[in-house]
Design a protein around this ligand. Structure first.
Ligand code: SAH
Length: 343
């Protein structure tokens, strides 16, 4: 028997089609959608202006499940909250709420585990279980707002998993998130981070959703990047940069590059020069992140080295900053909490 779809996973057009198939008027879909995504109902029973018979039909045709917070860590330094959620099949994912001057930002997971194999990343070491459904990505936003009482004003797809390896579900999530009848978040407030699935970047450009594309670059050299990130053996840096230029040409959105600085691996003046050469002429921003220590690897760096590398880039004319470190006291680089819990 195939599993039922969760009601929260349906975009408004999909919900309209389903409601019509159930023999109801299409406008009912907007009512139901508002209950789900604007009023954040947690059960069919709450939908008081939807007839009992339609509520019954919905409950027979769709699941309405909720991810469960099983651990919550809150930073005493800066209010960062890290949550471990359990999915209905017992898998676990992580979500992080960060506080910035412009509002709270939520970092969501898109897969339980990851198969991309980046050497420095804890999410991939713990292995890949499965991709998340749209309701499980949305659920991280809805449950985190409920549990913390805080309001999320922007979303980054930078948690566990490779968002472009779960393309259709991520796009449904984005469509539901931005629907005016629901949460109504402008996709200008959303960033999607990818290790560089070039074919999918072209697909994303075509959709022109208006979101910021973040590329995990981490080295300007193919040899070093392939060593750190196996995906580079499939799509090399020049192919990746061509896809970035196409993304900018089609969407007008400048590209953000993530660069995890690792001592002795990618932090030399030559690296800085080659990196500037790569992004020359492309509206972009480079985010330097001192690599987070994970216990399986000896990779290290610190804020001072990140600042030094960043200054080299700026002197060469690039637009670069060092990412603020948040929640240092609850650290567990992405993916570590899940691993500890599952062990
Ligand atoms: N799969 C996507 C998104 C998830 S990872 C991607 O690769 O972009 C989010 C970001 O964290 C990526 O830039 C990733 O390279 C980076 N990252 C992973 N492990 C890290 C670590 N130990 N230290 C610093 N950054 C890390």
């Amino acid at each position: 028997m195939s599993r039922l779809t969760d009601i929260l996973s349906l975009t408004l057009p999909q919900l309209r089609e389903s409601v019509e198939k159930l023999g109801e008027k299409p406008f009912r879909a907007v009512q139901i959608f508002k209950w789900l995504h604007e009023k954040r109902a947690v059960s069919f029973d709450e939908m008081s202006d939807v007839s009992l018979s339609l509520r019954k039909k919905l409950s027979e045709n769709f699941t309405f499940e909720h991810i469960k917070p099983v651990r919550l860590l809150e930073s005493k330094n800066d209010g960062t909250v890290k949550l471990l959620y359990e999915l209905s099949d017992g898998n676990h994912i992580e979500t992080v709420l960060m506080s910035y001057e412009h509002g709270d930002s939520l970092c969501v997971s898109t897969q339980a585990g990851c198969k991309m194999g980046c050497r420095f990343c804890a999410s991939t070491i713990a292995g890949f279980k499965r991709s998340l459904e749209p309701n499980e990505i949305l659920g991280q936003l809805y449950e985190t707002e409920r549990v913390t009482g805080r309001h999320v004003s922007s979303v980054v797809l930078m948690g566990i998993g490779e968002p472009l390896d779960n393309f259709d579900n991520v796009v449904s999530f984005l469509r539901i998130l931005s629907a005016p009848e629901g949460t109504n978040m402008s996709l200008r407030h959303v960033s999607l981070s990818t290790c560089g699935l070039v074919d999918r970047i072209y697909d994303l450009s075509e959709l022109d959703l208006g979101l910021t594309l973040s590329i995990s670059l981490h080295s300007p050299y193919d040899e070093k990047r392939s060593e750190l990130m196996p995906i580079n053996k499939k799509y090399c840096i020049s192919e990746l940069m061509a896809a970035c230029r196409d993304y900018f040409a089609k969407t007008g959105r400048r590209i953000s590059f993530e660069y995890a600085l690792i001592e002795g691996e990618n932090d030399s003046p030559e690296d800085a020069k080659a990196l500037c050469g790569l992004v020359a002429g492309m509206p972009s921003h480079i985010n330097i992140i001192p690599v987070n220590k994970i216990k399986e690897r000896s990779y290290r760096s610190d804020r001072a080295s990140a600042m030094r590398f960043c200054n080299m880039l700026c002197e060469l004319g690039a637009n670069a900053t060092v990412r603020r470190t948040l929640g240092a006291d609850i650290d567990a680089a992405c993916g570590q909490l899940r691993r500890e819990y599952e062990n």
